[in-house]
Design a protein around this ligand. Sequence first.
Ligand SMILES: [Zn+2]
Length: 355
Amino acid sequence: MMPLRLIIAALLWLAAPSMAAAARPAAFAIAGEMIAPGTRADMSIAVPEGRDGATFIPLTVIHGTQPGKVLAVVAGIHGFEFAPILAAEQLAERIDPARIKGTLIIVRVANVPGFEGRSPNVDPVDRKNLNRVFPGDPQGTQTERIADLIAREVVARCDFLMDVHSGDGAEFLDAFVGAYGGPLATDFPLALAVAQGFGFPNIVRYRMETQAQIDSGRSLNRQGVAMGKPTILVEIGQNGSRDHAHVAAIVNGVESALGVLGMTAPRTRGPAVSARLFEGTTALTARHTGIYHPVSTAPRMLAKGELVGTIRDYAGREVERLIAPVDGYALYGITGPPVTAGDGVVTIAVPVDRF
Ligand SMILES: [Zn+2]
């Protein structure tokens, strides 16, 4: 049975148009187009040719019939992470502009060259990682020009940013949502409420304490933090899988978020899912290039000092032993066998009882 609290919330949501004198929102401006209230637009942002070739960013904008928040959901920052890209496709079909308040921006594939090139981590044109070059540069290489347009046309126009990823090619990963908190992030409680709605087994708080944390190799989610947007990072699936359950979990989480953000009626929820909580992560980084032999490719608890894996050179000689630097949970990492000096072989999340 629906709890009374939710029945009241749903009635208030339905009654809101009359209370707000049925205010109709203005057209939504994005990428030089105006989207009328109650309509959707499938469009693309042209990325100019620059010195290394033109591309585009396909997106769908669903603009509601009543004023509300603007949620941006970005898939395909890494073009080999398929579950988010398929979830974006489903969401664009499922969400009806007549039934939402505010605006949903769905970036279907942020990195089309990476997707079409079946390229884990990087854009194959300039070999740059789109998730390390924000805020981008309109005069830069292709990846930097994509980042610049996503920052200006998508992040700048939203009230809440959701950056959706998977374990990439040759990566293992346990599903988690990262919520941005700390003194330099905006509205952690809202980010946490949206994160909890995904029902994933792990939630990480990323505390933003210094500008250097936000600026060094800036990711899309840190671009959200820099622009003052409540932000979450969603991660599910591994090894570039297209598992239907992972796609469905992303769709479910975004639909839950619409309720949390007041864009749809709040959803009836089952009993609260208890997730493991983590305060930040520590990456264990390889110092050698070669052939990686992990002890395990499963997410698991690690003790400080525990062997994580070894690296051999191309003659089969062991050149490095990788040792866990802290106690924590191996949330994601590479499965190998390729490893390059500087790669994070495993990212260890630090458990906490509460935030
Ligand atoms: Zn990714």
